[in-house]
Design a binder for this molecule. Structure first.
Ligand code: SF4
Length: 110
């Protein structure tokens, strides 16, 4: 498995945001921390596991939380940003809003 570089991980987030019509978190320090977490997770597990959740280190179990996670769309639709606040809706940013803690849908499905 080839490790991902920071540049490759940044590109990955840019591609996801572009494809979905989302924006990346404009807080550079915060964004950098998340990207670094994503890169470390890729290089540890072999996939871009969410940088603000705990991995099980088993692909079948972690799959829903591989970035962009399956909850990103409903979270962005409801709250304006994903759980990590890596991706934000254009409306949310245009409104000058700041991301806040939101519930994690990962364990809310039982
Ligand atoms: S909450 Fe979802 S979309 Fe946001 S960084 Fe984590 S995995 Fe990616």
């Amino acid at each position: 498995m080839n490790d991902k570089t920071l540049e490759q991980t940044i590109l990955f987030t840019q591609m996801v945001a572009h494809k979905q019509g989302w924006l990346l978190n404009p807080d550079k320090d915060f964004y950098d921390t998340l990207v670094e977490g994503l890169m470390k997770n890729y290089n540890r597990y072999g996939y871009f596991f969410c940088p603000c959740r705990d991995a099980e280190a088993r692909y079948e179990l972690d799959k829903p939380a591989i970035c962009p996670c399956i909850w990103s769309k409903p979270d962005i639709a409801e709250f304006g940003h994903c759980y990590c606040a890596l991706y934000l809706s254009r409306e949310f940013v245009a409104g000058g809003k700041t991301p806040r803690a939101i519930p994690d849908r990962r364990f809310a499905q039982a």
